[in-house]
Design a protein around this ligand. Structure first.
Ligand code: GDP
Length: 299
């Protein structure tokens, strides 16, 4: 429900600075717009998107389109929703069996947690789910994935430490096929400081998957930490050079994130934002909804 979004997002720095702005500055004038511009930029919306938005609102204000500050706020709401509407494209895992989701992103972004949440969601939707422990670089990642698997009664395919990620995921897809699994979610390593190594690894994974299913992976889901601000934009740029990202998940928007990064990502890449993370538990992964998200941030 929309209420849940607001509860989770109202502590967000973007939400807080916007509400304080309209309280401090109830009068409709150029100062309000200047401050709005600063607020948006500070909240990670990005300089270009923020200035474009505010310039357009300013023109409309000078044409006397807005009677008061609340009318401006309503126009801001519409403009923010319009920015996000094109990337509101939910992921549909039906139609392929198994539907293969390759999950990528740098360490700490929330990849393993997101995989656990997705496993829970799809299992609850009565899909047979399997996980592949392809982050073979970190023993802890394999253990974490196994824990999520046990908790949700979802099988996890893994091999010993330092196993070859492509071989783990290849075996998992074979097992998934023979067991009639509906959705295979594969974890991958996220050490971006060795970009060459990661590129080779992800390339090899995609290659071996295609030996079993030409169209696999059906989704390359990149997980991004929403608290990293504009750096998130650089991360997506880097990963897109390595692998064909088809969807995004932005995590940790419930915490100290500024939230504006979602607008920056939407404007910069136009990639579908499939889900957002609004907390740490299994049910805190929401299908992205432009309107609910914007309403969660606005006063
Ligand atoms: P990985 O290294 O990318 O696999 O990252 P993890 O899944 O281990 O997550 C790193 C930390 O972020 C953990 O403490 C998670 O509980 C936390 N985390 C992940 N997603 C969210 C979220 O949506 N909200 C909050 N508050 N914490 C999250």
């Amino acid at each position: 429900t929309k209420r849940g979004w607001r509860e989770r997002l109202s502590g967000n720095a973007f939400a807080r600075s916007l509400s304080s702005l309209f309280v401090r500055h109830p009068k409709l004038d150029d100062d309000l717009l200047d401050e709005l511009e600063t607020t948006l930029i500070t909240a990670d919306v990005g300089v270009e998107a923020s200035t474009e938005l505010v310039d357009s609102l300013r023109k409309r204000m000078h044409k006397r389109e807005f009677a008061d500050a609340p009318a401006l706020l309503a126009a801001l709401r519409q403009a923010l929703i319009a920015l996000l509407r094109p990337v509101e494209q939910p992921l549909d895992v039906r139609g392929r069996q198994p539907f293969v989701v390759l999950v990528v992103g740098i360490n700490g972004a929330g990849k393993t947690t997101t995989i656990g949440k997705l496993a829970r969601r799809w299992r609850d939707e009565r899909h047979a789910v399997m996980l592949a422990a392809g982050d073979t670089f970190r023993a802890a990642a394999v253990e974490q994935l196994k824990t999520w698997g046990e908790r949700n009664q979802v099988p996890v395919i893994s091999q010993g430490q330092d196993a070859d990620a492509a071989s783990v995921i290849f075996d998992a897809l074979q097992a998934a096929r023979s067991r009639g699994i509906d959705v295979l979610i594969a974890d991958t390593a996220g050490r971006l400081h060795t970009q060459g190594g990661l590129m080779d690894e992800l390339g090899k994974i995609a290659r071996v998957l295609k030996k079993i299913d030409d169209a696999a992976p059906h989704e390359v889901l990149m997980v991004i930490d929403g608290t990293t601000g504009q750096n998130a934009v650089n991360q997506v740029r880097q990963f897109r050079q390595i692998v064909g990202v088809t969807g995004l998940v932005v995590t940790k928007l419930d915490g100290t994130a500024k939230g504006g990064v979602v607008f920056a990502l939407a404007r910069e890449f136009g990639l579908p934002i499939r889900y957002v993370g609004l907390g740490e538990t299994a049910t805190d992964l929401r299908v992205f909804e432009a309107e609910a998200f914007v309403d969660g941030l606005l006063p």
